[in-house]
Design a protein around this ligand. Structure first.
Ligand code: GDP
Ligand code: IMO
Ligand code: MG
Length: 423
């Protein structure tokens, strides 16, 4: 029997999960997404060209790897089909390399409209959703109204669709100042559903467990990040799924005892896109520099990402909540020219110091920083850990000491080859 390894984002998403999954995939035969949907934008840079995946697992650019869209994922057929069409232009047919869970829920055109209406109604208090219909689709799932991929094959699919759509139209009629037109998207949606029927819709929980029993090496790919988890993130400024390691069990049908390594990915600094608390956010030139050098613009929405220093309080919390076994540090090259690098090691809240991440995500906290000397070296061409500058190794050692978890991989550029395996 094998256990399933997991790749998770430890911050607010966009840590570089796509790149890491692509880099680790040569060691696996199956890559599976277990939560989230097209709110994700996972970039993989191959020979200078960036490919962005939203629903398809990031194992797709490695030959012979099976990619599973698990039951915990919510799928917009239009986005999935568009993504597959682009991949097939490069890779040829991938019909046998993608399998979709019959239990994966569908994002309807009206879910997108509801997402937009809800955000517009919230005004300044908006979540900053990607507007892909994620929240409304998960609401229908937990509200036991949703449509699933397996339903697509039923003769009464169209009636089920109409019934749910009509429910949504009623809800939408309560938003007085909101107008929408789903007609052209709806047409594309049904076309995409038809096109996707060439893929296998499967009870993936049986497939996943059978493969694990046979000893197949498998990797689960997280989307979003730990601090966007619906239970433990900076609620209500979160997404609607379980982004922690626990999500692998419910999102793929794997027992906790079958979870193996948990790779936790973090940027050497922090970013956040959308609203919500961000204790170490920088509003100065340094924040601008991080955004400019790190090209910190959303892969799904193109929005500028908010930038700030590494937050050890939040990182330790994320490591604890998912039982991370191996850390992976991304984008350290972005700070190559910095004279100093800072890390928040505790929060001051109402005059008291704490290193526990608060339930409100740190709305009124003052971060307490430890300062490090910058490495002032171009690390992008380095491929051996021992060749990294001493100041950067000190930074890594500090993170390992604080989290109690080894940093196994350091990424030094966007390309799939710009990576250092430490041991
Ligand atoms: P994901 O959602 O976690 O897969 O991350 P995104 O793809 O949204 O954002 C990560 C961005 O950083 C992408 O543009 C990657 O190409 C880029 N990237 C990944 N690793 C590195 C790195 O080590 N250095 C630099 N400079 N860029 C990186
Ligand atoms: P990847 O997988 C960064 C954020 C949105 C918003 C909040 C809720 O690429 O790391 P939603 O559309 O889920 O209702 O938005 O979560 N968000 C992400 N931020 N990376 C992501 O995915 C995200 N997916 C959602 O910006 O603040
Ligand atoms: Mg992303």
């Amino acid at each position: 029997m094998n256990k399933i390894d997991v790749v998770l984002g430890l911050q607010w998403g966009d840590e570089g999960k796509g790149k890491v999954v692509d880099c680790l995939t040569p060691g696996y035969e199956v890559v599976a997404r277990f939560q989230g949907g097209p709110n994700a934008g996972h970039s993989i840079s191959i020979e200078g060209k960036s490919h962005v995946l939203h629903t398809v697992p990031s194992g797709i650019f490695r030959e012979g790897v099976l990619n599973i869209i698990g039951n915990g994922v919510v799928v917009d057929p239009v986005i999935l089909f568009d993504e597959i069409s682009k991949i097939e232009l490069l890779e040829g047919p991938v019909t046998d390399r993608i399998i979709i869970s019959k239990r994966a829920h569908l994002i309807l055109p009206t879910h997108r409209a509801l997402d937009a209406a809800s955000e517009a109604a919230k005004g300044k208090a908006k979540i900053g959703s990607t507007l892909k219909g994620i929240g409304p689709a998960y609401m229908d799932k937990t509200g036991r109204n949703g449509l699933r991929f397996g339903d697509v094959l039923l003769p009464e699919f169209k009636q089920k669709y109409e019934a749910l759509k009509n429910k949504h139209l009623q809800l939408l009629s309560h938003y007085k100042d909101f107008s929408f037109d789903i007609s052209s998207y709806e047409e594309q949606w049904f076309k995409a559903v038809e096109e996707l029927k060439r893929f296998k819709f499967v009870d993936t929980e049986f497939l996943v467990n059978k493969k694990l029993d046979e000893g197949t090496p498998m990797l689960a790919e997280g989307a979003q990040g730990s601090l966007l988890d619906v239970e433990f993130g900076s609620y209500p400024f979160v997404t609607s799924s379980n982004t922690l390691a626990a999500g692998v069990c419910s999102g793929l049908g794997v027992a906790p005892s079958k979870v193996g390594k948990v790779y936790g990915i973090f940027k050497a600094y922090c970013t956040r896109v959308g609203s919500g608390p961000f204790p170490t956010e920088l509003f100065d030139e340094t924040g601008e520099e991080l955004r400019r050098i790190g090209h910190e613009y959303g892969a799904t929405t193109g929005r500028p990402r908010r930038c700030g220093w590494l937050d050890m309080v939040a990182l330790k919390y994320a490591v604890m909540m998912s039982g991370v076994t191996d850390l992976i540090m991304m984008k350290s090259d972005v700070m190559d020219d910095f004279d100093t690098v800072k890390v928040a090691t505790s929060y001051k809240i109402n005059g008291k110091y704490t290193d526990e991440y608060p339930y409100d995500g740190g709305t009124n906290v003052e971060p307490v920083y430890t300062e490090f000397k910058g490495w002032k070296t171009d690390i992008t061409g380095i491929r051996k850990y021992e060749d990294l500058p001493a100041e950067m190794k000190d930074y890594v050692a500090f993170i390992e000491k604080e989290t109690g978890c080894p940093v196994r991989i350091v990424s030094v550029g966007p390309d799939r080859n710009a990576i250092i395996f430490k041991d």
